[in-house]
Each structure stands twice: as structure tokens, then as C-alpha cells.
Design a protein around this ligand. Structure first.
Ligand SMILES: NC(=O)CC[C@H](N)C(=O)O
Length: 374
């Protein structure tokens, strides 16, 4: 924040810390879990990712808004974050071909954004003390009262949020005469996951999470994708039981992020809330079979407990996070089911993990030849 300018907005943390900044123009107050993303590019994809529903995002990257917005690059139809905290917010982006400014994008969805914040100090605080609930406000008249309201925000742990972002009705994408047909269980799916399937000759049908078993299983398909999404996976017992049924069909299943966590829960593993999560586009992962490293895009605040994997387990650890050893991927030993905690569809990248979509297609092919029995 420019020390000569008076603050016009504040980030008030549940632990009492206050970070001042400037409102970028949308007045109001929002509450949510405050977490940080270290990606140096891709702000539009982050803000429109349904997995961030309910969260206030602190961007470690210093320039936000500087290349505007192109609608075709959104991960869903509008902004999903509850609020934005950044260092510099550029009102007029300089990218040729932009459809609109980030400012307009925020104004249209009435999402509060605060700039001029010492984001380096704030990120360090969250990294040291963990993700915190917070209130973003442009009304600085009674911050004491805002602090006590910040303490009353419910924890992300135990919160089911997919029902807020899943589609209302089933819809299809791609060519109906494509070689493969995949049913997607939409827990908050990112558009690029669907694009990655369609460009591999897949006809996709996306179903809302509360779809009836009759409707879901009566759509003839070669395999299933369980999508990413917001909230705590442990708060989704019905979806977990449904995924168990999906696995029992014996068809190939691919889980991404929340989908990965739900698959793990359906097999008796547990999940837990992480200290401050993984959110960025340079997270190193090792593929335990090939021993190759992958640089991955990640966005999760929960993870699968590492304790139940072993050589004789029916679940095999396929990928491990190289920074902290957390579970990054798994597969079932006796069914064509695999999942990753990270984002192989990542846009703007990195693209190291795109091969996972090809592996899914290989499984679909194999399944077309001989049926598995789970
Ligand atoms: N991107 C995702 O699917 C996130 C999964 C889950 N909501 C988490 O935070 O861990």
C-alpha cells in the first residue's frame, strides 16, 4: 500500500491480524477461508475455478489484471472466489484480444477485491500459521466488531460445497459419434477437464451430483470421470457411496482432486485438512512407477491420509508430492480406477501431466475389448 494514501479496505483475520489496502472499487464485505496461490500467471482460471468457492484468495503474484480477461479461458461461467487480496490491481490490461477488463469481471459479479496489501507478509503469515478465516471489508468504521464476526465464520472442515456449484441439469459436449463416451460426475468441474476429454475423441455427458442412479447409469458409456470441486470431501458421504457404486460397474474411472479424495474415501481411506494447502503451478510430484518428476498445478486444502498404503493393499500409491510426501495419486490394484490430487488439465499449464488423460483413454480402449470384474 502506498503509505501516503489512506487505506480504504481491510483484510481482518480470525486471529485478530489486520492487513490494510485499497478497495478496487466494489464496496462491501465478504467472508471466507483466506488462502494463497503462488501461481505467477493464470489469475482468470483461478478466479473462475469452482473448487475455490467459499474462499478468499491472496495472490502471491504481484500483478493482477494486467492482461485482462478472455471469456474462452474461464474455468466456469463466472467468478467463484468470494474475494480477492492482491498487491497491484491493473484496471486497464494490455493484452491484445482481451474481451474485457478484470475490473469489469469483478464488478459484474459484485466480488470485492482489495489491492495494495502487503501480500508477501500476509502469505508468510498464512504459511506459518495456516489458512485462516477472514473478512474482507471496505467499511473501516468498526474493525473490532468485524474481528469478532471473523471468529464466527464456520470452518471449511466439515463443509459440503459441491451442491452450490454442480450443474442444475445434465448436458453434453463433443461429437455424439466420437469413439468414446464418458459420464462426468460434476462436483464443480473445470471446463478444461471437459476440453481435454473432447479433444481426445470423447463424447462427454456431465451430470449434476444429485443425479438419480437410474438416470446416471442408464446413459451408455465407456467410463467415468469424478471431478474436482470445493469443500471438505469427508462431508460428502452420499457422493462417496455413489462413487463406490460407480467403481463397482468395473468400467474405467478417473478422479481429479476432489474426485481423487472421494475415490480414496470410498475405499476406506481417510482425508484430513492440511495446514495451508497446496495452491500454485509449480508443485513437484514423482510418479512412483516411472520415477519421473512432474511439475504440477495444484489447488487443494484437504488431502488423503498416507497411512493405509502398503505392498499388499488394494490401493496403490502412484504419485507422491516431493515437497512434503503427501499422497498425490493412487490406483486400485484390481479395478481400472485411478486418480490424482493435482490438475493434469492445468491451463495455463504446466502440461507435464496431460499424459494421464491418454492413460484414461488407454483404459477406455482396453475396457472396450475385455470387461473387468470388480
Ligand atoms: N481442486 C479441488 O478439487 C479441491 C478439493 C477439495 N475441495 C480441497 O480443497 O482439498
Amino acid at each position: 500500500m502506498n503509505i501516503f494514501q489512506k487505506p480504504t479496505a481491510a483484510v481482518v483475520l480470525e486471529d485478530g491480524h489486520v492487513f490494510f489496502g485499497h478497495s478496487v472499487g466494489i464496496e462491501g464485505e465478504v467472508a471466507g477461508e483466506l488462502c494463497f496461490n503462488t501461481g505467477m500467471t493464470g489469475y482468470q482460471e483461478i478466479f473462475t475455478d469452482p473448487s475455490y468457492f467459499g474462499q478468499i484468495m491472496v495472490m502471491a503474484s504481484v500483478h493482477i489484471g494486467n492482461y485482462g480477461v478472455r471469456f474462452e479461458e474461464s474455468e466456469s461461467d463466472h467468478i467463484r472466489i468470494n474475494g480477492l487480496v492482491c498487491r497491484n490491481f491493473t484496471v486497464k490490461g494490455s493484452r491484445p484480444g482481451k474481451d474485457t477488463e478484470l475490473y469489469e469481471f469483478f464488478a459484474n459479479s459484485r466480488t470485492v477485491a482489495v489491492s495494495g496489501v502487503d501480500t508477501r507478509a500476509l502469505v508468510q503469515h498464512l504459511r506459518d500459521h495456516g489458512a485462516k478465516n477472514a473478512i474482507l471489508t471496505t467499511d473501516l468504521t468498526n474493525l473490532k466488531e468485524v474481528k469478532s464476526r471473523a471468529q464466527a465464520i464456520p470452518s471449511m472442515a466439515g463443509m459440503e460445497l459441491s451442491s452450490k456449484v454442480t450443474c442444475r441439469e445434465a448436458y453434453s459436449l463433443g461429437d455424439e459419434k466420437a469413439t468414446y463416451r464418458v459420464a462426468v460426475l460434476d462436483l464443480g468441474v473445470k471446463k478444461n477437464i471437459l476440453r481435454c476429454l473432447v479433444e481426445r475423441d470423447v463424447f462427454v455427458r456431465v451430470f449434476p451430483m444429485n443425479v438419480s442412479t437410474e438416470e446416471f447409469f442408464s446413459w451408455a458409456c465407456d467410463g467415468y470421470l469424478i471431478s474436482n470441486g470445493p469443500g471438505d470431501p469427508a462431508a460428502m458421504p452420499q457422493t462417496t457411496a455413489f462413487v463406490q457404486q460407480i467403481i463397482q460397474t468395473g468400467k474405467p474411472v478417473f478422479g481429479i482432486c476432489l474426485g481423487h479424495q472421494i475415490i480414496a474415501l470410498s475405499q476406506g481411506l481417510e482425508t484430513y485438512k492440511m495446514h495451508h494447502g497446496h495452491r500454485g503451478i509449480n508443485h513437484p510430484v514423482i510418479n512412483t512407477a516411472t520415477k519421473k518428476g512432474e511439475i504440477t498445478s495444484q489447488n487443494h486444502g484437504f488431502a488423503v491420509k498416507n497411512q493405509s498404503f502398503g505392498p499388499s493393499a488394494s490401493l496403490l500409491l502412484t504419485h507422491s508430492h516431493l515437497n512434503d510426501g503427501t499422497v498425490a495419486g493412487l490406483r486400485l490394484s484390481d479395478c481400472p480406477v485411478f486418480s490424482v490430487q493435482y490438475h493434469p488439465e492445468a491451463a495455463p499449464g504446466p502440461h507435464d501431466s496431460r499424459y494421464l488423460f491418454d492413460e484414461f483413454i488407454n483404459l477406455l480402449n482396453q475396457h472396450k475389448k475385455d470387461e473387468y470384474n470388480c
